[in-house]
Design a binder for this molecule. Structure first.
Ligand SMILES: [Zn+2]
Ligand SMILES: [Zn+2]
Length: 389
């Protein structure tokens, strides 16, 4: 397709990540949102391939076709997101109605392409995605039912719960605090989750990951409701650190119990999780959170180095100013954690200093090693027979 200058610039700006220019060009009247470059890639496909969830969101809001497959090999935006390994991007696309079943020219779906390049996290996210239309079925009474299993007004928020890919229970508790409807109607939410848990196990194509996730969410909701003093108190219960290093023993116990209460003990996933957790002493590594995260989201996903200490969301970029070690999404997450962090902040500050010194020492060693190598090169050159001539 022949692109005009503005469309060419749009695709370029999307690839470069230049938000100002993208926004400006989207307002131009001669820019078609689904314009294709010489390989048939639309701006949305470029954004997905870069794993840029924000741009995908922006382009979709401006009318981009989320299931466009004009690409020369019939790749869809979701396939590009899978190749890029970006869960955030896949989430934006799926929420906007991207099909998980579309195939490219050689009959591969987005999740198969992701698996092929080892992007396990995004693969499991796509595989355990429940399209909203599937839930809509439950919003109408069937057979002898007088009431639907899922009241239509609850469907959107219930769907949002299912989209969560972060296995930290605190994330779900905070989600429930923000969506009280789910807590008020917890019986409905739990019975829907139990139903989906069972269906995933008994379906023709068993989906153990999906089943475990549904069970896990329902286990957390039940625990929040059962806790006498409400969701906030339960959040603090999970977050409370233990001496000497602030490790969250209660959360560890909670996740272990959640896994053990999974009803399908014969499933491969259950056996694998229990085997990995059973020999580990409470508080030691690997934590049950990392075992569960790996089991559900794949190997690369259990790196918590840039995660929020409260809710486990990735790309937390606010640090505690006192210890400079502990990270949070925002002030709210920091506030939730302060009651326990204040007891360990000094410990973390010391750990931060130790790490910094170690890093400096390593840099010094590698610097002096480099100097030695370059000196050796210089003396090597002078002793080179050719240069002596
Ligand atoms: Zn957070
Ligand atoms: Zn601190």
């Amino acid at each position: 397709m022949d692109l005009n200058e503005n469309e060419k610039s749009l695709i370029q700006a999307v690839s470069k990540g230049d938000e100002g220019i993208v926004r400006q060009l989207l307002c131009e009247s001669n820019v078609s949102i689904d314009c294709c470059d010489e390989t048939g890639m639309t701006p949305l496909m470029h954004a997905a391939y870069k794993g840029n969830a924000n741009f995908c969101d922006l382009l979709i809001k401006n009318g981009a076709n989320v299931n466009c497959n004009n690409h020369e090999y019939q790749y869809t935006p979701l396939m590009f997101a899978a190749l890029a390994g970006s869960v955030e991007t896949a989430k934006v696309l799926l929420e906007a109605g991207a099909s998980t079943k579309a195939t490219n020219k050689v009959n591969r779906t987005a999740s198969q392409l992701g698996a092929f390049v080892g992007q396990h996290h995004v693969v499991s996210f796509i595989n355990s995605f429940v399209p909203f239309e599937e839930l809509e079925y439950f919003t109408k009474p069937h057979g002898l039912e007088t009431e639907p299993k899922l009241p239509p007004l609850m469907a959107r928020i219930f769907h949002k719960l299912l989209l969560n890919s972060n296995m930290n229970p605190c994330r779900i508790v905070i989600f429930l605090m923000d969506n009280k409807d789910l807590v008020d109607n917890w019986e409905i939410a739990v019975s829907m989750l139990e139903l989906l848990c069972e269906r995933s196990m008994k379906a023709q194509e068993t989906n153990e990951i999906m089943s475990m996730r549904m069970h896990y969410f329902s286990y957390i909701i039940k625990a929040v409701v059962k806790h006498e003093d409400g969701p906030m108190a339960f959040l603090k219960h999970l977050l409370k650190g233990s001496e000497p290093n602030g490790v969250q023993i209660r959360m560890e116990q909670f996740i272990r119990q959640a896994i053990r209460s999974f009803p399908y003990h014969e499933s491969t996933l259950f056996v694998q999780l229990v085997r990995n957790i059973a020999p580990v002493k409470l508080g030691d590594d690997p934590s049950s959170l990392s075992v569960l995260t790996t089991g559900i989201n794949g190997h690369q996903s259990a790196d918590f180095s840039d995660c929020c200490y409260t809710c486990g969301e990735k790309r937390a970029n606010m640090k505690c100013s006192a210890c400079k070690k502990v990270k949070y999404c925002d002030q709210r997450c920091q506030k939730f954690h302060w009651f326990t962090h204040k007891k360990f902040c000094k410990y973390f500050a010391e750990e931060f200093l130790r790490e910094q010194k170690l890093q400096e020492a390593e840099e010094n060693i590698s610097q002096s090693a480099n100097t030695c190598i370059s000196e050796a090169n210089i003396s090597g050159e002078t002793s080179d027979p050719k240069s002596e001539q």
